[in-house]
Write a protein that binds this ligand. Sequence first.
Ligand code: SF4
Ligand code: ZN
Length: 304
Amino acid sequence: MPCKICKEKPVIQLPNSNIKLCKSCFVKYFERKALKTIRKYKLINRKEHIVAAVSGGKDSLSLLYLLNKLASKKIDFKLSALLIDEGIKGYRDETINTAKKFCKNNNIQLYITSYKEITGKSLDKIKNSFPDTIACSMCGVLRRYLLNKKSRELKADKLATGHNLDDEAQSIIMNQFKHNIALSARLGPITGVKRDRRFVPRIKPFYFLTEKEVAAYAFLNGFLDKFKECTYCTESNRFVIRDMLNNLEQRYPGTKHSIVASFMEILPLLKEKYKDLEIKSCKICKEPCSSEICNACKLMQKIK
Ligand code: SF4
Ligand code: ZN
């Protein structure tokens, strides 16, 4: 079957449908879908400073590429990139070079910060000191902390991430399995329950695009060959959920879409329910948190 739109040779079949598209029609479809999400949920407004979280992997390069295209053609906003170097040998050191090259070629200001800067150690060293702790749980705490702190220091209006529909379905199910619904209230195409100047809202332009579609977009734009998975990814709870959802998707196509679509129906109710939840300031670093001392400071005390 040829491309549904122009009858050229197809390169991809869209998820949960019989529609096949050629390279140029798929790229247009992908960018239109991301732009629709940006407009519908007011993710980016004119003159805003958008900081994109980049890792150098396929999702973040696709995000940066798309945002850069939008910034120069469709919406008038300032774009910068922020990279967190966790300190993972054989993985992050390679993707940092890819991100640096990409930003240089596309004239995007890239800011780099690292776990070493705040803890004195790389993630590899931290993991060596705590072999029984899952690397991803320490990594997640430090990454969230640094992304928010640094993007706020850069005076970002929003922090854009490359999260796609598969990532969101995983987060929803993970929170459900851990009975952590308050955390789910913060999800959605734009995060947060209420505006607080200490939090930079996160936006997810790829929210309704699947992992497969992002991978195809990355591949068609020449980013995929640089893609590698992190050494520690199999340790994480997310990895198990990802596997489970992929199996379910194979057996029951449309599962991930259904999870996210049902979630979007209840999200306004969740945001309403948790809107009065108090946000405190960490006694040590003054960053926003839900207890007296934030998780990052607790972890840093342990590390130091
Ligand atoms: Fe960090 Fe885990 Fe992601 Fe690796 S897979 S970068 S350890 S969160
Ligand atoms: Zn703190």
